[in-house]
Design a protein around this ligand. Sequence first.
Ligand code: PML
Ligand code: MG
Length: 260
Amino acid sequence: MLEEKYYSVRMRASQNGPHEQGGKHISGGEQISTYTDLKSMVNVLLEKALSHSRGNPDFMQIQFEKIEEPIKVLKPLPVRTYEASSVEEGQSAARKLLEQAGVPTESIDKAYELITEFSELRGAILFDIRSGLRIDDRNEKGIRVSRMDWLTANFEKWAEHYQLTRSQRMREALVLAAKVCAHPATVAELCWSDDPEYITGYVASKRLGYQRITKLKEYGDERGCRIFFVDGLSDLASYIEYLEKQPIFVQWEEKACHTS
Ligand code: PML
Ligand code: MG
């Protein structure tokens, strides 16, 4: 399968001008496509941005480029869902999971102080668990994890096996979390959507897997969050290079699963 040529397809859309001119982020998307599928992949991304509940975009960029590097294959993280009855309960579960993943309590507190300040970012922030400081230098842009995907047929088989909804949103988040958590310097990820109609978020880590929490904010809230907690990062540039450039396919192996 991986002998074929693949293309990274990316989309970003904003309102009141492009992001770099202060426009409001509406939607972003990442896909890896074969040449034959490019047209439909572009359409999927176009549709995603044109029908977004954050509003109608007046700027959109869709680009594709051939992937020259070998594509690394990663297994999906195991998924668990925690049903929270209130935002407080959900957020407290998220904090506990971050602690279990190895993020010190003081670091969690410091990160939460930053959340409101950085809730308009279109990318993620990198947070060092030792210094308790944001360590990327991307300001309001944040880090955009790119060049990753999960082929539909394999994703659907996986979803059916675990009786999970075939949600495109969850698939994208699972792909991103698998990529981020696979790097040895990542301790955990904390995320919830900036989509006002979507309140489920997650904490992910190598050890804990992908832990969904059904209520991390109130309906109607457009403030999102994506923080990567990192430790022992000696080379920030190569970490960012991995997130932005290393091509990844998530792939579930049915057999391996039956024997485990
Ligand atoms: C997003 O939409 O930007 C992130 C969604 C995270 C949760 C997805 C899920 O597991 O339901
Ligand atoms: Mg979004």
